[in-house]
Design a protein around this ligand. Structure first.
Ligand code: C2E
Ligand code: MG
Ligand code: MG
Ligand code: MG
Length: 282
């Protein structure tokens, strides 16, 4: 299975047209050389307890440097990697690197909680679970400090696999978050049929929440739903202080966004234990 991506493109989905083939080879080359030349990195964005201002977790977010040193955001290459069969390699790199970071943080006595995004495509599977457990042991990481995030569109492709994978992860002590909640078509179905620890409310509900009463109604409903199910709700795209007060009023305990800080390189994690200034009660 290891070199699947390399050898199967000739027969890929019954043949690609020439332009698509060239694009695929171009991106395979870019992603493989980024992996080889260590031009991938993780940056970390705080997820904050809105009441206390303490960092609850850090979300690990993938960055790629181009040949010219320019930063390429995941929006530009994750979907392509999924389409062209390279996402497994990226996911494996992300899992290995994030778990190594958690393990290292424990060894220096400043343990951090991390979330790790897994691709929606090909979500689950025994090999990924094996890698997660193996990396956790090798790096001395703590499963209880690790949350896996997947967008709710993920499970569509193979709901049974997704459910079993989540079950196995949680049985091994990791936690699980449904990402971009509300943005897909099956939010409630997933919430009902998957056992999750966190829901991350899609930023599209938060972006205009101060002015849009409909957004407030949805966020309030999600807060009630989550609380009733014993799930913690996280709001994405918290960009200003007034939003924090409103989220607290609506019953959302956790938030993430540029207000608390953009994603930052790993060395910024050294400040993990420090409170974030400027939160509601600070
Ligand atoms: P996501 O998992 O929903 O991550 C949140 C995205 O929103 C991040 O973008 C983050 O930088 C951005 N963001 C957070 N707060 C704010 C804010 O207040 N304002 C604005 N304008 N943006 C904010 P990013 O890093 O570009 O990632 C985009 C998406 O790419 C992620 O959405 C996730 O679906 C995917 N992704 C990122 N890293 C990974 C990874 O390691 N593996 C996989 N499979 N997917 C990843
Ligand atoms: Mg995420
Ligand atoms: Mg999200
Ligand atoms: Mg997103």
């Amino acid at each position: 299975a290891k070199d699947q991506g390399r050898n199967t493109f000739c027969v890929f989905e019954g043949g690609l047209d020439q332009a698509r083939m060239r694009e695929k080879i171009h991106w395979e080359d870019r992603i493989r050389s980024a992996l080889r030349e260590e031009r991938l990195s993780l940056v970390f964005q705080p997820i904050v307890d809105l009441r206390s201002g303490q960092v609850h977790h850090y979300e690990s977010l993938l960055r790629m440097l181009g040949d010219g040193g320019e930063e390429i955001r995941p929006a530009a290459f994750i979907a392509i990697a999924e389409r062209f069969g390279m996402i497994r390699e990226l996911d494996r790199w992300v899992v290995e690197t994030a778990i190594a970071t958690q393990g290292a943080s424990r060894r220096v006595g400043r343990p951090v909680n991390l979330t790790i995004n897994l691709s929606a495509r090909h979500f689950g599977g025994a090999d990924l679970l094996e890698l997660i457990r193996d990396a956790t042991l090798r790096h001395g990481a703590d499963p209880a400090a690790i949350v896996f995030e997947v967008t709710e569109t993920a499970a569509v492709e193979n709901f049974t696999t997704a459910r079993e994978f989540i079950h196995a992860l949680r049985a091994a002590g990791y936690r699980f978050a449904l990402d971009d909640f509300g943005a897909g078509f099956s939010s409630l179905h997933y919430l009902k049929n998957l056992t999750v620890d966190f829901v991350k409310i899609d930023g599209s509900f938060i972006r205009n929440i101060l002015t849009d009463p409909t957004d407030r109604i949805f966020v309030k409903a999600i807060a009630n739903l989550a609380a009733g199910l014993g799930i913690e709700a996280i709001a994405e795209f918290v960009e200003d202080e007034a939003v924090i007060a409103l989220l607290l009023e609506l019953g959302i305990p956790l938030g993430q966004g540029n207000y608390f800080g953009p994603p930052a390189p790993a060395f910024a994690l050294a400040q993990a234990a420090l409170p974030v200034p400027g939160t509601a009660s600070a």
